[in-house]
Design a protein around this ligand. Structure first.
Ligand code: NAD
Ligand code: UDP
Length: 316
């Protein structure tokens, strides 16, 4: 199959491309390199079954493909809040363009939506029928509401134009290739502890998140795409940790001497988050397999290698 991955040079997209290439597909990676990087897909450059296109999805594009994994959108609060209007354009105009493409070429379309559609949830754990608690005028809403509109667009293209859609609500995902300056909690804590800097816990660290290792997530995305169910379906690891527990786990694993400090909690930071994955388990026969300790270890090794080679380069 010929498969388009928007945001394919990013963290999740590049791991997805590795899997799709390994399965023998013809892959097109579309990316504007805002938070993605060529090095993430470097090993495929020159492969006749791989194409890399620098393109911003807020502009239309004509391609012929069988499936579209639509991941293009900055995912870290630091990056999506840097230019919030652009984030909305990417989610709304970008998704519109990709759905238009899916409609024209009759491709199946998978949207990488997010647990952020639940906002600061009043229901715990979150199941797909919960309608959410999003602040429409807050600093996170460019992303949260943008993704909510993207879901609406997908379902309207489905009802109105028979586009085959799949909607994944992805919960916090981590792993190798996250940017050093990504700003999300796992990469921040790992990089800080490797550099001997204090780990920055926002608020008192009692807020919770559930962390899914990237290979598990990619497996879930592919099952959803190739299965029969439209979704939305939650994809995430139901193991729930406070942010302070995560800081302590990273501290213990990487650098017991690293200090933990407390900083101001950002506005509208969700208090707790854990996916109900009953639908994914029953409809996709999917559940995460990589425990946090193991996933963290692999993530730490990747950052260690990157930091070491950057240091060698600096000294050379
Ligand atoms: P990422 O920032 O690493 O990847 C996003 C990619 O999209 C980058 O390569 C970036 O350059 C590209 N991009 C951004 N705007 C674009 C535009 N206008 N045109 C073309 N390319 C553009 O983030 P990620 O963690 O890999 O997330 C991928 C997707 O999964 C996103 O849609 C995100 O909302 C969703 N998601 C991720 C998580 C998570 O924890 N990682 C959780 C929920 C949802
Ligand atoms: N967080 C933190 N220290 C950091 C980065 C994030 O304590 O250096 C907290 C953040 O306030 C939030 C949680 O970790 O409560 C997860 O943040 P992240 O940005 O990774 O994802 P999201 O808030 O989008 O789930």
């Amino acid at each position: 199959m010929r498969i388009l991955v928007t945001g394919g040079a990013g963290f999740i997209g590049s791991h997805l491309i590795d899997r799709l290439m390994a399965e023998g597909h013809d892959v097109i990676c579309l990316d504007n390199f805002y938070t993605g990087h060529k090095r993430n897909v470097l090993k495929w450059l020159g492969n006749p079954y791989f194409e890399l296109i620098r393109h911003d999805i807020t502009e239309p594009i004509r391609l012929e493909v069988d499936q579209i994994y639509h991941l293009a959108c900055p995912a870290s609060p630091v990056h999506y809040q840097y230019n919030p209007v652009k984030t909305i354009k990417t989610n709304v105009m970008g998704t519109l363009h990709m759905l238009g493409l899916a409609k024209r070429v009759k491709a199946r379309f998978l949207l990488a939506s997010t647990s952020e559609v639940y906002g600061d949830p009043e229901v715990h754990p979150q199941s797909e029928d919960y309608r959410g608690n999003v602040n429409t005028i807050g600093i996170r809403s460019c992303y949260d509401e943008g993704k909510r509109v993207a879901e609406t667009l997908a379902f309207d293209y489905h009802r109105q134009n028979n586009v085959e859609i799949r909607v994944a609500r992805i919960f916090n995902t981590y792993g190798p290739r996250m940017l050093e300056n990504d700003g999300r909690v796992v990469s921040n804590f790992v990089v800080q502890s490797l550099r001997g800097q204090p780990l920055t816990v926002y608020g008192d660290g009692s807020q919770t998140r559930s962390f899914c290792y990237v290979s598990d997530l990619v497996d879930g995305l592919m099952r959803l795409m190739n299965g029969e169910h439209t979704g939305p379906i939650n994809l995430g690891n139901p193991g729930e940790y406070t942010i302070l527990e995560l800081a302590q786990a990273v501290q213990k694993m990487v650098n017991p001497d690293a200090e933990i400090i407390f900083k101001t909690l950002p506005q509208d930071d969700p208090r707790r988050r854990r996916p109900d994955i009953t639908k994914a388990q029953t409809l996709l026969n999917w559940q995460p397999t990589v425990p946090l300790q193991e996933g963290l270890k692999l993530t730490v090794e990747d950052f260690q290698n990157r930091i070491a080679s950057a240091e060698e380069y600096r000294l050379a």
